[in-house]
Ligand binder design. Structure first.
Ligand code: PMV
Length: 334
């Protein structure tokens, strides 16, 4: 590998992600299916004075809407990024080294599209590169748990797995991640409600509720497991009709555990009325984004227009097959 310039500068890029099935239930042990998407974050790391870790980030708070951007604690956003750099140095046995990290992120924050996991794995790759070390995807995935725990409290790991591995994955637990080889990736439309919320609060609420309502959640977990496994089969078979039905059922389970939101419900209804084969929230919910499965590009374009009229913010995303990659001068290094 030479992801590094002579002055030690190394770059990396990582995708964001959507969860096709199994969010929240994956924290409680069910499988999830996630797909890396072509919204990216990029990190550049440069060795500096020993013991200094400096992170600067250009994160799209403007996409959170003015009022909510004011509520986002930018210092709070930087700390996990610093932690990603620090834990990488420690992991590679260079705990006393120093590094300057510059981060750019095209992924809206707090929308369930994996902005934190993406920036984290991009930083891990770049910081290791700045010390002339190449890490495996598995190692980057593992190191990312530190910053993700700082931010989310109890992450399952599905976000950073999707960002590290790329493509479409089935995730059950950290030692059970399967990249799915698909002949064709379905056409999803992502739509942001513009309502942004902390994953930690939503995940904690679901975990507490699962402890209070043990029997109900046992059934939910069985259902969610079946849904995710059936989603894997539908993806492999290229059966979009079935996949859409499963997404709708998954949404129904998410409504049941209280993580949807009025605006999500409204936009999901519009998506289904306007021809989506299926639609559900993606990520932690409580606002954030939905994904809608579209028959083809024309249907997706039409749906994007309809959702924009309802004050949604649509993104026509594609799958990112690469996952995290080292970069130099804007080019991906193999
Ligand atoms: O951070 P989000 O909104 O992408 O949510 C992550 C998915 C959850 O299942 C809700 C949490 C987790 O760690 O799996």
């Amino acid at each position: 590998m030479d992801a590094q310039n002579p002055d030690g500068t190394a770059g990396a890029q990582a995708p964001g992600k959507v969860i096709i099935a199994g969010e929240h239930f994956v924290v409680l042990g069910a499988p999830a299916v996630a797909m890396a998407i072509n919204l990216h974050s990029r990190a550049t790391a440069r060795p500096t004075r020993p013991g200094t870790i400096q992170v600067e980030a250009d994160i799209p708070l403007h996409l959170a809407g003015k009022q909510q951007a004011d509520m986002v604690d930018t210092r709070g956003l930087l700390e996990p990024l610093r932690l990603a750099a620090k834990e990488t140095l420690t992991y590679i046995g260079r705990g006393k080294a120093g590094v300057n990290v510059d981060v750019e992120c095209d992924i809206p924050v707090g929308a369930g599209l994996g902005s934190s996991a993406s920036t984290t794995v991009a930083i891990i790759n770049a910081v290791a590169g700045s010390q002339r070390r190449a890490l495996t995807r598995k190692e980057m995935f593992q190191i990312a748990f530190g910053p993700e725990k700082y931010l989310h409290g109890k992450p399952s790991g599905v976000d950073q797995a999707a960002c590290a591995y790329g493509g479409v994955i089935r995730f059950i637990r950290p030692n059970n991640i399967t990249p799915l080889r698909l002949e064709r990736v379905p056409s999803f439309l992502v739509c942001d409600t513009g309502i942004h919320r902390p994953t930690r609060r939503l995940v904690n609420a679901v975990v507490r509720r699962s402890e209070r309502e043990k029997n109900t959640f046992e059934n939910h977990l069985d259902d969610a497991t079946e849904v995710s496994e059936a989603v894997v089969r539908a993806l492999k078979a290229g059966d979009d009709e079935e996949l859409g039905l499963l997404m709708n059922y998954n949404q129904h389970l998410l409504v049941d555990i209280g993580v949807s939101h009025g605006k999500l419900d409204k936009l999901i209804e519009v998506a289904r009325d306007r021809g989506a084969l299926g639609a559900k929230l993606t990520g932690a919910g409580g606002g954030g984004c939905l994904i809608a499965l579209c028959e083809d590009e024309i249907a997706r374009r039409k749906l994007a227009r309809a959702l924009r009229r309802e004050n949604g913010i649509p993104y026509k995303v594609e799958a990112d097959p690469l996952g995290v990659v080292a970069m130099s001068d804007g080019r991906v290094l193999k």
